[in-house]
Design a protein around this ligand. Structure first.
Ligand code: FES
Length: 213
């Protein structure tokens, strides 16, 4: 196109208007101008193309990055917990004579990264009368010591400050420093043979039962 314009100028205009030197300068300017236009268009296309590639690349990179963050954060969103019903004993292992027996409570603990099976999380006294089972937390509500059951005296005794409790967990002696009776726990007999306890700990030193979170 530029050569056509130059030829046109050469044939018709130059002889009438411009000297040969001026025409050459004019022709060079036209060519430089055309080259600039082509270069600018190419660099614009290159810039837009680069921008598009960067955007798509960023988008594609964002998916695995976001997935990684979700996977990384997921365990941290899990609560470190062992709350809920726990199988404590079989029904046949608990005599139905109404005398409390002590059992460890084992549970699966899950923290941010690990799962541990059969971790001791506390202990309970189970008492069976017929097919009825009651559960008491062994922790004294006064200050958290473990109470003992004395079959001879037929009551629970705390070794720390002498609180005493009846076989059902009620305060036995009004002089006991414990602000409440032993903490009862919900019991469920599953399949007619397994004793499951909803094990909880409660805050010590208070008259009301407030679960420890
Ligand atoms: S801890 Fe049991 S009486 Fe104080």
């Amino acid at each position: 196109m530029k050569w056509f314009r130059i030829a046109l100028l050469d044939s018709y205009i130059i002889p009438h208007l411009l000297s040969q030197e001026h025409f050459l300068i004019y022709a060079v300017l036209i060519i430089v101008n055309d080259i600039n236009k082509v270069t600018n268009a190419a660099s614009r296309r290159g810039f837009v193309k680069g921008l598009l590639c960067a955007f798509i690349g960023g988008l594609l990179g964002l998916v695995p990055f976001a997935s990684g963050i979700v996977v990384f954060m997921d365990p941290m969103r899990r609560k470190s917990s062992s709350n809920g019903a726990v199988r404590v004993a079989s029904l046949e292992s608990l005599p139905s004579d109404g005398i409390p027996r002590k059992f460890s409570v084992l549970a699966t603990r899950v923290d941010a990264w690990n799962k541990f099976k059969d971790v001791p999380i506390g202990a309970v006294y189970l008492r069976r009368t017929g097919n009825q089972v009651e559960a008491l937390n062994v922790v004294c509500p006064h200050a958290g010591c473990f109470v003992d059951f004395s079959p001879a005296r037929g009551r629970f005794q705390c070794p720390c400050h002498n609180s005493s409790f009846t076989v059902t967990g009620k305060i036995d002696n009004p002089a006991s420093p414990s602000p409440r009776g032993l903490d009862t726990l919900d019991v469920e007999i599953r399949d007619g043979k397994e004793i499951w306890v909803n094990f909880r700990n409660f805050q010590a030193g208070r008259a009301d039962k407030i679960p420890v979170s």
